[in-house]
Ligand binder design. Structure first.
Ligand code: SF4
Length: 243
């Protein structure tokens, strides 16, 4: 079976591709893993997916140093904080990133499922599907791999996150270069490179998504405790179970 991207979705093939990359990558993580993949085995076939959120400047900076023309996919759900859009433009300009792709939901999907904009409160999984999952699938057409900003310290299902995994739903490889990084190491990287943080961080937002589904977190709470906090939901659906 092939996806719309033309990449093989055969689970056995994906498992062996991921295993081969893991064996070759060894214990690389962070910028070393990124540089190796972007300039080596996945050159021209990998994109960074960034929310331009609380910790996004770290990966965006690493990618800009390696190759500022690396495609960066940004899901503009239509429900984001205005501050996020301003931050995206300012940070992209400062880092010299030349291929930012802002992807919006299909207007037909919005008209059909979400004409009054309240779907997030009625069917949040469907809302995330039409505003995030489907647009991302479209944007990743032609790519064999994508880079995510997930870390193990986020907790939950991310607690055992590998740096390289396969997505059996699409046949793509997902790269999590910061999986083993701690909050302290992220803070140090931001300071060392004098990177601006998202303006809402100073207001108590530590994981920043759509306005209706994001709240501030109290000291001691998990960074992602403010996402869909009234629901038993911790992920938007773009990250299925990896292999
Ligand atoms: S995070 Fe909330 S508003 Fe954003 S797509 Fe998901 S349900 Fe909709």
């Amino acid at each position: 079976m092939k996806t719309s991207a033309g990449v093989l979705a055969d689970p056995d093939t994906l498992v062996s591709r991921v295993a081969a990359h893991r064996a070759e990558a060894g214990d690389r993580a962070g910028p070393e893993l990124l540089r190796w993949l972007i300039t080596g085995p996945l050159a021209g076939r990998i994109a960074l997916v960034s929310s331009f959120g609380a910790e996004s400047a770290v990966l965006l900076h690493m990618v800009s140093v390696i190759d500022p023309a690396t495609p960066v996919i940004f899901l503009d759900t239509g429900k984001l904080f205005a501050e996020t859009l301003v931050y995206r433009d300012a940070l992209a300009g400062r880092l010299g990133l030349t291929d930012i792709r802002s992807i919006e939901p299909d207007p037909a999907d919005l008209a059909r499922h979400n004409p009054d904009g309240t779907l997030w409160s009625l069917e949040p999984d469907l809302c995330c599907h039409i505003r995030k999952t489907e647009p991302l699938d479209r944007a990743l057409t032609g790519f064999d791999a994508w880079i995510t900003g997930r870390k193990r310290f986020h907790g939950g299902a991310r607690g055992a996150l590998p740096t390289l995994e396969g997505d059996p739903g699409t046949g793509r490889i997902k790269v999590n270069p910061l999986a083993p990084w701690s909050p302290e190491r992220l803070s140090r990287y931001l300071a060392d490179h004098d990177l601006p943080v998202h303006p809402l961080v100073q207001d108590g937002y530590r994981s920043i998504g759509c306005v209706p589904c994001t709240r501030t977190v109290a000291p001691g709470e998990d960074a992602r405790a403010g996402r869909w906090s009234w629901l038993d939901k911790s992920e938007c659906g773009i990250h299925g179970d990896g292999i």
